[in-house]
Design a protein around this ligand. Sequence first.
Ligand code: G6P
Length: 487
Amino acid sequence: RRLLNKQLAGDQVLVVSNREPYIHVKADQGTVVHRPASGLVTAVEPVMRACSGTWIAHGSGSADRETVDRDDRVGVPPQKPEYNLRRIWLTAEEEQGYYYGFANEGFWPLCHNAHVRPIFRSSDWQQYRKINQRFADAVVKEARTDDPVVLVQDYHFALLPKMIRQRLPKATIITFWHIPWPNPESFGICPWREELLQGMLGSTILGFHTPFHCKNFLETVDRYLETRIEHESSTIFHGGQLTMVENYPISIQWPPEWQGTLPPVEQTRAEILAELGLPDDHLLGIGVDRMDYTKGILERFSAVERMLEQHPELVGRFSFIQIAAPSRSVLEEYHAFEQRVHRLTERINQRFPGAVILKAEHHEPDQVNRYYRASDVCMVTSLHDGMNLVAKEFVAARDDERGVLVLSQFTGAANELHEALVVNPYHVEQTAEALYQGLTMPEYEQRERMRSMRALVQDFNVYRWAGRMLLDAARVRQREKLAARIG
Ligand code: G6P
């Protein structure tokens, strides 16, 4: 945190993301504030609190829409403002084309290897472009100097870096890609591939979670654009702009917000078992995701079923709790997926009553944390995932140094959390075996594994993630200033 403040001394920081950190929803009892289920928000929010700038996001709550004008600005967090949030309101048509259409039916399946076919419509693409332009206008309007530090977040804004660069040539634009980057063949099916790549290359720094995603990006650029790439320094020279491509594995806040304020793990566990009407010695597994086809929820449930088939002594003694926050549910693919999850849950529970407890609704972070703390095993079985912060949140929640993490090898987190039980989620037997191993692991081994994962997350926390990017940005800024003086 201190390093961050030092890096930013005097600089204005603007963050742009689609998702806003607090959603104000109209309810019977008045306005309710939700923290959205989003890895991006989990990571960027504490950074923003530390740098106190302005966060520009798509306004998505129902409560403020009618009471604020289109260019509103509010202080957040609501109880004790530490930075400004400027919300951009979109019409239903704009949201449909830019967010649901191009970003989530096109880009999302394009970048995730989950075997869901991307849909590319020209009308969505037009909206995507238009809304990127709208956010660029907002950045320019918010900029107090001609060289702000702009942190552009994710696949909703691939065109934004270039649009900002054209109007604020001296800005330091750091773009972070929160999802995987595919190989050139996969990316190449996108009808607007060149324009998207050119848009991203307006960035000063382009960050991905893993060296592998960086490599895929460099190869994609090499395949489709005329550029000069220096592989040693991982830089791309294109249209007079130098872009540094680097991996910055994202993380979570440390110490966690709730540190020292929660009841002991044993108490939480007893409370949760009582709430669920289960006996004291019942074993619990936990999964926490958005209801998304990339998360491997069906594969996970199949592994639970297989584990119970192979270890009948655990039937009636183990339940798997799945928290699945509703997500993008107006899209057909998501709707169909949700139905499949419900059907599989029913089928498994008919065979093994109480084996899967599906909680398909939004849970606030403190509720999620109670489940992490009460469980014996946490399963993260994404088919493909940029990082996956649930894995790191689970580790952070276990200050008792107990609990086992089963982790998909297709997450960025698997590059760092080597003491997890790493699985291929497509391999049902292997995942089932890891779950069983987790449930029967001796305490000393749990402690050893958890201790070293906690040390890693503590060390490589989200301030380190942002600090490294800003340090690299500071170096580039310095170099550019010197070059301008010499020139
Ligand atoms: C992923 C994306 C984020 C997104 C989050 C939640 O983590 O990388 O950009 O905010 O999912 O999805 P949503 O569509 O609800 O914002």
